[in-house]
Design a protein around this ligand. Structure first.
Ligand SMILES: NC(=O)c1ccc[n+]([C@@H]2O[C@H](COP(=O)([O-])OP(=O)(O)OC[C@H]3O[C@@H](n4cnc5c(N)ncnc54)[C@H](O)[C@@H]3O)[C@@H](O)[C@H]2O)c1
Length: 442
């Protein structure tokens, strides 16, 4: 039995005859190639193999183009770019140049992107993910099938904003302050951690600038260490009280470096500088989004931002407080539009910075009128003295995001406001009053 188990081919000669006979030469077998080739339908399988290989080679350019985001393919109207736009984007990112070339090949070839190809699920870190914007971003990332890790110190964020993901094994929540270093294995980092409303960021200005500088340094260090792509949520505040209107990304701003808002404005400007230095100096893949005023469900009630303030006041039957003459303008973007824009930017081949905002411009008085229409026609307005450094005008020029990312906001103020009011109505009726003080019209 054992001998049978160890029996090898060629040994049968010894076993059967008892004499050693030399093995048949293998080379003589190989020499008869034509006989071998023609046996057992081999020509058929050979031709089939050739056919499959030719088809794959033919399809290869399509697979290459899969690397371009769908947004680009829809949006890139290369001919409409100004020289400066091309140079800025191409200089900053060698991959952008590649994208231009690929797009042009793709565009000229008239080929199609293969549909239904699934992308790999990513592990994504969202700092500040328990806050207003962060929690909506988390919802979309989870919906897309990614594993999401939220890091938040709950200064202005709330567990309630992400609680609906607690039973999802793809979701993790870590209480951590980004001012302290952290090591995690992730593919992408959306860096949002920072108080965003004037009431909150002026509460502890030193902590605000530390979060923007040391926190951003820590997250960029992490991105460098684990090779993750990093997106900075910057702000329209980096334009300060702008002398150019509307604001293009090429505008360098008019910012007071020693004012009460500087901890935020200059903090974000430094965060942008650090982001670009890590890109140029350490090869980190970075993206910069300059976010304009955004509103929607889960905003802190009474956080000093004008939309949440007006809505909460109108719901409580209190007068809506307008600071100054109410003629200062702002643009208001619904949160789902912003999240879409941030994800488009992260997946694109462009660094930016990109303005992400709604170009529809409203004065404070016009906004109050819309709030009255949606909540209470009898709501009253009360005028107060304006606060220091409150910008007079703010309106994004989003032509870069439109042409390069294929992104533009879809939700108008009149559509978005009722969705926010519904969420606020529930929270106000439960008596949630997060911050009572009102600061300015941001
Ligand atoms: N909402 C807007 O209109 C707007 C406009 C421009 C820029 N932004 C930027 O978008 C980001 C998110 O803004 P938001 O409106 O969601 O604000 P938010 O205050 O609701 O969210 C910020 C989150 O960051 C967390 N956080 C703050 N400091 C932290 C720290 N040191 N460590 C860890 N977590 C910390 C907070 O607890 C909160 O969950 C911010 O970076 C903000 O500057 C927002």
């Amino acid at each position: 039995m054992l001998s049978k188990l160890f029996h090898r081919r060629g040994e049968e000669d010894i076993v059967s005859t008892g004499f050693y006979q030399p093995k048949r030469s293998k080379t003589s077998g190989r020499m008869d190639f034509s006989g071998y080739f023609l046996r057992e339908q081999r020509p058929f399988f050979f031709l089939l193999g050739m056919l499959i290989a030719t088809t794959l080679l033919f399809l290869k350019p399509h697979l290459l183009h899969q690397r371009l985001s769908i947004a680009h393919l829809h949006a890139l109207d290369v001919s409409s770019f100004g020289h400066d736009q091309r140079m800025l984007l191409q200089k900053q990112s060698p991959r952008s140049t590649q994208t231009f070339n690929l797009y042009n090949q793709r565009f000229n070839a008239g080929a199609k992107i293969p549909l239904g190809l699934k992308r790999k699920a990513l592990r994504v870190l969202v700092t500040g993910g328990a806050g207003f914007v962060g929690s909506h971003l988390v919802d979309r990332l989870v919906e897309r099938g990614d594993s999401v890790i939220v890091v938040d110190n709950f200064f202005t964020g709330r567990k309630e904003n992400v609680m609906h993901h607690f039973s999802n094994p793809q979701f993790e929540l870590i209480r951590h302050d980004v001012v302290e270093p952290l090591l995690l294995e992730v593919d992408q980092i959306y860096h949002l951690a920072c108080p965003a409303s004037p009431v909150h960021y002026k509460h502890n200005p030193i902590k605000t600038i530390k979060t923007n500088v040391v926190g951003t340094l820590n997250m960029l260090g992490l991105a460098k260490r684990v090779g993750a792509r990093f997106l900075l949520s910057s702000t329209s505040e980096i334009y300060g009280d702008p002398l150019e209107h509307p604001q293009k990304e090429s505008y360098w701003g008019n910012v007071n470096p020693i004012g009460v808002r500087s901890c935020y404005d200059e903090g974000k400007r430094t965060a942008e500088t650090l982001t670009m230095d890590y890109h140029r100096g350490a090869g980190v893949e970075v993206r910069i989004a300059r976010i304009f005023n955004t509103y929607g469900p889960r905003m802190c009630i009474d956080d000093g931002r004008v939309v949440s303030n007006f809505v909460a006041q109108a719901l409580r039957k209190e007068p809506m407080t307008v600071y100054g003459d109410g003629k200062q303008t702002r643009s208001f973007q619904y949160v789902s539009d912003l999240v879409e824009g941030m994800m488009c930017l992260m997946e694109s081949d462009y660094i930016g910075p990109f303005n992400l905002g709604n170009p529809g411009e409203f004065t404070m008085l016009e906004l109050a009128k819309v709030v009255k229409e949606v909540i209470d026609h009898n709501a009253r307005i009360e005028f107060r003295k304006n606060t220091e450094d409150d910008p007079h005008k703010r309106k994004p020029d989003i032509s870069m995001a439109k042409s390069l990312l294929g992104w533009e906001p879809k939700v108008s103020l009149r559509e978005g406001l009722p969705m926010m009011v519904e969420d606020f109505r529930q929270r106000v009726s439960f008596g949630i009053r997060e911050v009572v003080k009102r600061e300015d019209s941001t």
